[in-house]
Design a protein around this ligand. Structure first.
Ligand code: ATP
Ligand code: LTN
Length: 333
């Protein structure tokens, strides 16, 4: 039996992915590429919905791709590609824009959050239709599953609504995708503000970056916020910092939080931080090294990405052709 399709992506919006991106998303993508015919993309067209420095965007796109591969996305097993190299994304997004209600798009909470951060004049129309482009990304590849974090649930609902609307107006065209929401336990919090999620847009001190030097990572973990008592136990409400360190340790080592609590009985926060730092570095340092090697030869990396994009293009083109045909556009040949 042939494998079901799967698609996911991240924006190249920073020069490094962080530990939350790795444990909450990328690590699962690596596992899922065995069971699914997986498409993993770098959402550069989504990145430009907010202002980007062109040189930085170019560098960040390559750096993101290198980190995907270094973390274990295998370009021979999965189709790894760049969104802007597959024209059908922008083309299908236009068609979907034309069946999306203005009110429907206005209800997207990520747009509301992001546009409030920018002042209202600088929030772009692209940012407004961001979820529609995301729907196009997904629907082109007829995926059964889309592995994303909890924050993407509403975008997946919109994608399903648009797919069902298109199918009922124009005839069966799209597979209705399911969100595969990654477990809450994989949520990693900021080291300085442990009730907020670790994020590219937070202060660097609270974020463990894959591409950071080991010494920087040690410093950040040693300086993480804890509390005034000294007991090492998981209690997210009253001991957010310590609980986050235990959660991180558990995720990178595969040991249960309960076993870790037992192992640290009678020990201090200094011991916990030292061990967490060692365990984190053991996981991210090989990824950083491999990504750095890949980035030394950008020609090779670019050609690998171009061949992934060419492969993605085949399925995307076929879906787009069927869409154009169904809505009554004249075929090109
Ligand atoms: P930004 O801060 O710029 O919004 P981000 O760091 O939150 O970016 P995204 O690019 O939005 O990251 O997310 C990429 C993927 O990583 C998503 O699937 C998301 O759910 C996951 N992810 C992001 N932050 C965390 C986190 N702290 N813990 C677990 N998973 C996370
Ligand atoms: N919006 C997503 C990134 C993204 C995506 C997608 C995820 C763009 N297109 C298609 C899954 C499927 C984010 O910010 N994490």
């Amino acid at each position: 039996m042939s494998k079901a399709n799967l698609l996911s992506g991240m924006q190249p919006s920073a020069d490094s992915l962080h530990l939350g991106n790795y444990l909450g998303a990328l690590n699962n993508w690596v596992a899922m590429q065995e069971e699914f015919n997986a498409y993993y993309m770098i959402a550069d067209l989504h990145a430009i919905t907010v202002p980007q420095d062109p040189k930085q965007l170019l560098a960040n796109t390559r750096r993101t791709a290198a980190q995907y591969i270094a973390a274990g996305i295998d370009p021979n097993k999965s189709t790894l590609f760049i969104q802007s190299q597959v024209p059908a994304h922008a083309q299908l997004a236009w068609v979907l824009n034309c069946i999306t209600g203005f009110g429907e798009a206005s209800r997207m909470t990520q747009f509301k959050d992001k546009s409030q951060k920018a002042d209202s004049d600088s929030a772009s129309v692209g940012l407004f239709t961001y979820p529609v482009l995301q729907a196009a990304d997904i629907l082109l590849y007829q995926p059964k599953k889309v592995p994303v974090g909890e924050d993407q649930r509403q975008h997946l609902e919109l994608t399903r609504d648009l797919a069902m609307r298109f199918n009922s107006r124009f005839g069966e065209t799209f597979t209705i995708p399911e969100a595969h929401i990654l477990k809450e336990t994989a949520k990693i919090y900021d080291l300085q503000n442990p009730t907020a999620k670790m994020s590219k847009s937070n202060e660097p001190k609270g974020t463990i970056n894959i591409m950071d030097d080991s010494s920087v990572t040690v410093k950040k973990i040693k300086g993480s916020v804890t509390d005034t008592d000294s007991e090492i136990r998981f209690d997210a409400e009253n001991k957010a910092g310590v609980s986050n360190l235990l959660g991180i340790y558990s995720a990178v080592s595969g040991k249960s939080v309960k076993d870790l609590e037992a192992a640290f009985a009678g020990k201090g926060y200094g011991d916990l931080k030292t061990e967490v730092a060692d365990a984190v570095i053991a996981v991210i340092e090989p990824i950083r090294q491999r990504a750095t090697e890949l980035l030394e030869n950008t020609d090779e990396l670019d050609s690998l990405l171009a061949s992934g994009s060419a492969r993605a293009n085949e399925l995307a083109e076929a879906t787009l052709a069927s869409v154009y045909d169904k809505i009554g556009l004249i075929p090109r040949s």
